[in-house]
Design a protein around this ligand. Structure first.
Ligand code: CMX
Length: 133
């Protein structure tokens, strides 16, 4: 794994969270994007080498809805950039981690992604992401 690519934060309202984080960071989000398959709308802030991703659910079945229901708003996942997502998935599966997908999925911000189940990673939802080249 190369670096922390982004930290995901689950929010109830992207509009009001965007306002709050714009004030906090002193700069605007550079991109908003809906990821239909994941049931989320995202908004990204560039913070030096890494990013903050705000996530709002688009429907009540979304993982973000369930997360907020159970735990409230807050840090949802940590995403790590990898060079070759398929080989990293194979490596981590061999190491005994539980992958949520067998194949990389298309995520937000031009990335191929795969999540590891938090039960296999000390309660932290880990995302692997590789830039689509
Ligand atoms: N961090 C830590 N623990 C989490 C968690 C999170 N983000 N989300 C859920 N959990 C916990 C739950 O509290 C629950 O724990 P208990 O059994 O102790 O109550 C357990 O994990 C299982 O939760 P669940 O809601 O029953 O969910 P699943 O077993 O179906 O787990 C999960 C799947 C949580 C990994 C998945 O729903 C998820 O969050 N996937 C990621 C989806 C996502 O973030 N998509 C956005 C992508 C945008 C992009 O491109 O970046």
């Amino acid at each position: 794994m190369k670096k922390v690519e982004h930290i995901g934060i689950a929010v109830k309202s992207l509009e009001s969270a965007n306002e709050l984080f714009t004030k906090l960071f002193g700069k605007k989000s550079y991109k908003a994007e809906k990821v239909e398959r994941e049931g989320v709308t995202t908004s990204f802030f560039q913070m030096g080498e890494t990013k903050i991703e705000l996530l709002e659910a688009t429907n009540s079945d979304s993982a973000i809805s369930k997360f907020i229901e159970k735990r409230g708003e807050g840090i949802h996942h940590i995403a790590f950039e990898v060079e070759d997502i398929k080989s990293e998935m194979k490596r981590l599966e061999k190491e005994g981690f539980t992958l949520l997908n067998n194949e990389p999925q298309k995520g937000a911000d031009n990335k191929l992604i795969c999540f590891l189940h938090p039960k296999s990673t000390n309660g932290i939802l880990v995302e692997l992401c590789q830039e689509i080249r």
